[in-house]
Design a protein around this ligand. Structure first.
Ligand code: ZN
Length: 260
């Protein structure tokens, strides 16, 4: 296996997920990786779970997936997110809830298990949202402890690649100035140099937050050593209508149109 599609944060948006799956055949994908948050926010959690089970070879659990099956965890969410968690739990039957419960938090893949897959961050605590170089530096320290070269994450809903120098004795002092951040554009390859280390985020399928409303995913090619983000237009109006008809908070429908 050397060419993976990487998806994350579908969030019950069936129309966005179907558009992403429709783009796959043209991309010569050998394996599909899902980095979690298949449910939460959107009106089609069961349908999205069924497609993930059918199409994805590797799946990890996201914080929304966990919250749906763990009431204590759900209480830490605020406002519309918590309301959507409760709605999702009520909408799913025992088979779907069990599928969420069984998802592992991390998976390893690739040559020498050098690729680490996790929903939020390879680091713990304050590193959970890896959205800038300061936090990425802490995440790379976590990655060093895990002895991995590439880490695939989601969670921020913003496609991004962070590059770090080779592992050194000075890892504990790794800081933002040691890192390079890339903001991926549609179908522009980012080279992953063999001697360096990377944290790669494909963005969100079902609720992008980088002011681009199109569904986001990525292709990781280990032969070419590239990470390429792809954006796919989908029927946003249909997703908004389904969100409203489900009785989910209006803000969750509104934000889909602006990708924020
Ligand atoms: Zn998410």
């Amino acid at each position: 296996m050397s060419r993976y599609a990487v998806i994350s944060d579908i969030h019950g948006n069936l129309y966005a997920f179907q558009a992403v799956l429709a783009a796959m055949p043209a991309l010569n994908i050998e394996s599909l990786i899902c980095l979690g948050d298949t449910v939460g926010y959107g009106p089609h959690p069961g349908e999205c779970l069924d497609l993930v089970v059918r199409h994805c070879d590797i799946v990890v659990q996201g914080n929304h997936d966990q919250a749906v099956v763990d009431p204590l965890c759900a209480d830490t969410f605020n406002g519309a997110a918590r309301e959507a968690i409760y709605w999702t739990r009520a909408a799913l039957g025992p088979l779907h809830l069990n599928a969420l419960l069984q998802m592992p938090l991390t998976r390893r893949l690739g040559p020498g298990d050098s690729i680490h897959c996790v929903h939020d961050s390879p680091g713990a605590g304050p590193t959970n949202y890896v959205h800038d170089k300061q936090i990425a530096a802490l995440a790379f320290r976590g990655l060093a402890d895990l002895d991995a070269e590439i880490c695939l994450i989601g969670h921020t809903h913003v496609p991004m690649v962070f590059e770090a120098p080779p592992l050194a004795d000075a890892e504990a002092t790794l800081s933002a100035t040691d890192l390079t951040a890339y903001i991926p554009s549609h179908e522009v390859e980012i080279d992953l140099r063999p001697e360096l280390r990377y944290i790669c985020n494909p963005g969100s399928v079902g609720q992008p937050r980088d002011c681009d409303a199109r569904a986001s995913f990525a292709v990781l090619d280990l032969d070419q050593r590239t990470f390429t983000v792809h954006r796919v237009a989908y029927d946003v109006a249909a997703a908004q209508l389904a969100t409203q008809q489900a009785g989910l908070p209006t803000v969750l429908a509104d934000r889909l149109a602006i990708g924020a």
